[in-house]
Design a protein around this ligand. Structure first.
Ligand SMILES: [Zn+2]
Length: 169
């Protein structure tokens, strides 16, 4: 069992969970089963564990919370931590998850920088393209300028709205 789960089972009892989620508890510690919606008091519990003699469900506060809400083990830990105001720290990420996070941030930062650079370059070439086009229409351009203008126009068309993949960085 992990640390958070251990602390939860130390601090939260089965009757606490039952009352918190709207089930009446009894001094005899036998109630109709909330899990199979039983009518007879066949659901027995102590502070730590429960057992239903009819449907066979059994476990501790965490498995009870999982079954009452139809949630997973990690979700039940979060829910109990929140609902009982335990203030336990969230599960620490593993070394691998931390490295992945750092790597993701690095790629994203490089990607943003590259996109900004690309937009600046694209903007600059658009200005150049306009100027070349002005010269051509004013018949101020030589043949070489016309060819360059055409090449530039193709490049601009190819690169407009292009999807940039992070691995191109
Ligand atoms: Zn039951």
């Amino acid at each position: 069992m992990n640390m958070t789960a251990e602390k939860i089972t130390e601090q939260v009892t089965v009757p606490m969970v039952l009352s918190r989620y709207g089930y009446s508890i009894s001094p005899k510690k036998r109630i109709p089963c909330p899990l199979h919606s039983g009518k007879d008091p066949n659901f027995c519990y102590t502070d730590k564990v429960f057992h239903c003699w009819t449907c066979g469900a059994k476990g501790n506060v965490i498995s009870l919370t999982m079954q009452l809400h139809g949630i997973t083990f990690p979700q039940a830990l979060i829910r109990l931590n929140t609902d009982f105001g335990l203030g336990l720290p969230a599960q620490k990420p593993t070394i691998r998850e931390r490295q992945q996070l750092i790597e993701n941030k690095r790629v994203l930062a490089a990607f943003r920088k590259w996109m900004t650079e690309k937009e600046r370059l694209y903007g600059g070439l658009c200005v150049l393209h306009r100027e070349l086009w002005r010269r051509i229409t004013a018949e101020e351009a030589d043949e070489e300028t016309v060819l360059f203008q055409q090449e530039l126009e193709e490049w601009l068309q190819e690169n407009i709205g292009e999807v940039v993949q992070p691995w191109q960085i």
